[in-house]
Design a protein around this ligand. Structure first.
Ligand code: TMP
Ligand code: ZN
Length: 414
């Protein structure tokens, strides 16, 4: 179901470690364990009663002392992880705003025109649909391995190739690509060299590549340990990206920082044979092993805090539910060991998730309307990255006396 991962996928650290039992001339290189949640279910494995579950795998983060890339100690078989992928790009207002800002920033970065655009991991085609009629965009196409999502994208008229991204993809693409965008997919990929080779095969001298990833610096600052799950194999620093690109045709020319999903960066890559020069502002950040250790300590404290808060409310006879059956909710629920005794249900607007149970627990997922029908006294916002939007939309629940528990960056009740 999974394979062990023990060397750095950005800089190759610990790759050539000698087999055990053979005397090495120096201490063998080893990635350093910095955070461990033990055996965990797959975070998006929302199943109905008779569905086959994906199982459990260790959830542990290893740190590379050479390039500061943090990475999981295992790689779960992608065929198990993505065979029936229920993650659909959010249709929230926040996401729509992000699309607009991203379009404007990328257009500026590419001197006014995005031209032919390819999106890697195009999901249900929402972002490409948004881009398709914008000034400066000529044609859009997507590539995604999930058949159910490709079908949705095609129904909307978005040209979509149903395949994994790989190093030989270039000749299969419909046009020469001027802009290649990969939003929240890079950290799901095990073989980064193959990914970059794919970019090489699909690009020309003036292609701009924009890779959006969650930023490890933000994750560490706000203790967003719940964004660590099996799909996210890597937690990159800027330094690690520079290391990865060192011997490739690409270079990092800019980094744009956003607030979405608790903090994300867009890495702007250009070919070394282009006339573009790296922005003087970008620097190698200094994320250390110590930062990860501090984060681990704080995160375990946060888990204890939420557990104690929920247990004492439960003892007082209060009813508690969750809002947002995000992958983050799975991490929280299993880290705290909650069952439906403590959390009666989780509301979520995604129809594919409704009437499934939360992975690793027996907590049912229901529609958003259940919040007002059932009026639990307390509701944990697991989709805390949309907290403002949720508080605004669910005003009636609060007017009727309901309280929200926001778990990140510290547990608080509003
Ligand atoms: P995400 O953080 O991975 O996008 O997941 C957020 C989840 O929360 C997703 O399953 C949709 C759900 N959600 C609602 O049900 N109602 C809402 O108002 C918002 C913003 C999210
Ligand atoms: Zn490394």
């Amino acid at each position: 179901m999974y394979k062990l991962h023990n060397h750095c996928r950005a800089c190759g650290y610990a790759k050539d470690t000698k087999p055990q039992g053979i005397k090495a001339e120096k201490t063998p290189e080893k990635l350093i364990p910095v955070f461990d949640l033990g055996l965990q279910p797959l975070a998006n494995d929302f199943c109905k009663a008779n569905d086959e579950h994906g199982g459990f795998a260790p959830l542990e983060v290893l740190f590379c002392p050479r390039c500061s890339l943090a990475q999981l100690s295992v790689v779960v078989d992608p065929d198990i992880l993505y065979r029936n992928y229920k993650y659909v790009t959010s249709t929230s207002d926040m996401m729509k705003n992000h699309f607009q800002i991203l379009y404007e920033d990328l257009t500026k970065q590419r001197g006014g025109k995005l031209g032919h655009v390819l999106e890697i991991g195009s999901n249900d085609g929402q972002f490409l649909k948004f881009l398709s009629d914008k000034p400066g965009v000529r044609m859009v196409a997507g590539i995604d391995p999930a058949e159910n999502l490709c079908a949705i994208a095609r129904e909307q008229g978005i040209k979509t190739i149903c395949s994994k991204w790989n190093s030989r993809i270039g000749p299969n693409l419909p046009w020469a690509m001027d802009t290649i965008i990969a939003r929240h997919v890079f950290c799901h990929i095990d073989d980064w060299q193959d990914f970059v080779d794919g970019l090489e095969s699909a690009s020309h001298k003036n292609t701009m590549v924009a890779i959006e990833i969650p930023y490890a610096g933000d994750l560490l600052n706000i203790n967003a340990f719940d964004t660590i799950y099996h799909e996210h194999l890597s937690y990159p620093s800027i330094k690690s990206i520079n290391k990865l690109l060192e011997f490739t045709k690409f270079m990092l020319v800019n980094v744009i920082h956003y607030k979405i999903h608790g903090g994300a960066i867009v890495l702007i890559l250009r070919r070394r044979d282009s006339d573009i020069h790296p922005d003087v502002g970008i620097d190698n950040d200094a994320i250390t092993e110590q930062d990860w250790r501090k984060f681990a300590f704080q995160s375990h404290k946060l888990i204890t805090d939420l557990k104690n808060t929920v247990l004492s409310l439960h003892t007082e006879g209060k009813t508690i539910c969750g809002f947002g059956a995000s992958a983050k909710s799975t991490v929280w629920i299993n880290a705290c060991g909650f069952t439906k005794r403590q959390i009666k249900f989780i509301c979520d607007c995604t129809t594919q998730k409704q009437y499934c149970s939360s992975p690793g627990s027996d907590i049912p997922i229901v529609d958003e309307g259940a919040l007002l029908r059932e009026l639990p006294s307390h509701t944990i916002i697991f989709a805390w990255n949309y907290v403002d939007e949720i508080l605004q939309k669910q005003k009636l629940y609060r007017d009727k006396g309901g309280k929200f528990i926001i778990p990140v960056p510290a547990v608080r009740i509003v």
